[in-house]
Write a protein that binds this ligand. Structure first.
Ligand SMILES: [Ca+2]
Ligand SMILES: [Ca+2]
Ligand SMILES: [Ca+2]
Length: 216
């Protein structure tokens, strides 16, 4: 019997019904979850966790993030060198080719080892960006996010950057990096390494620069 003058809000009845449904497990006096029930729940959670890891593949996503940094680093360097060549009256791009890890080259040209990131000509890109009329567009030269880790492979496919120069007469150069993710490496969904994609001559390196054929 409803009290006179008081009309319960419909939500009150609904919430009581929900409470009864949620509480059904405890209506059995002293009953809790059995060991089998707990094991089934744990097994389901484990399957879900494995599925999430397989679908998202966090290791691959981290590699893709480093690869986008590599692509961006080489684009920034390439633009800075293009600006230098168009702005400076008597440009000098250096005669020494450098690898930022060891002396294993990704190209056909031998490289010396350097991890110096100065932008005044003594770094692994041997250009004095400070002589650009508006100043150096770079605070320092980038290094590969891993630089020599084995994630990208070994030897020429290891993670490092490379600067190859034809010298101060012809003023052509090439910048190389290796991709470590399945997505950006040769044959991947967003392959940047294949020579049909970057116009270079090394199928396992991402190559940019102004050297004809990128075949330094
Ligand atoms: Ca290539
Ligand atoms: Ca060439
Ligand atoms: Ca090349």
């Amino acid at each position: 019997m409803r009290p006179k003058g008081f009309i319960p809000h419909p939500f009150l009845n609904t919430s009581r019904r929900i409470a009864r449904v949620v509480d059904f497990g405890h209506s059995r006096k002293g009953a809790g979850f059995t060991l089998i029930e707990l094991l089934v729940v744990i097994a389901i959670l484990a399957v879900l966790a494995v599925t999430v890891v397989l679908v998202l593949n966090p290791a691959e996503l981290i590699k893709q993030a480093r690869d986008t940094t590599r692509i961006s680093d080489l684009a920034t360097l390439n633009s800075a060198i293009a600006l230098y060549l168009s702005d400076v009256a008597s440009p000098a791009i250096g005669a020494t080719s450098y690898c930022t890890s060891g002396t294993t080259t990704k190209g056909t040209m031998a490289c010396s080892a350097s991890t110096s990131t100065v932008t005044t000509g003594g770094g692994w890109v041997t250009i004095n960006f400070g002589s650009i009329s508006s100043g150096s567009p770079l605070a320092k030269l980038p290094l590969d996010p891993n630089n020599s880790s084995t994630n990208c492979g070994t030897g020429a496919t290891a993670c490092f950057y490379q600067y190859l120069t034809s010298g101060n007469t012809t003023l052509t150069y090439e910048l190389n990096a290796s991709m470590e993710s399945t997505k950006y490496a040769n044959g991947g969904g967003s392959d940047v390494e294949s020579n049909s994609k970057d116009g270079g001559d090394n199928a396992n390196a991402y190559e940019v620069g102004n050297d004809p054929g990128l075949d330094l």
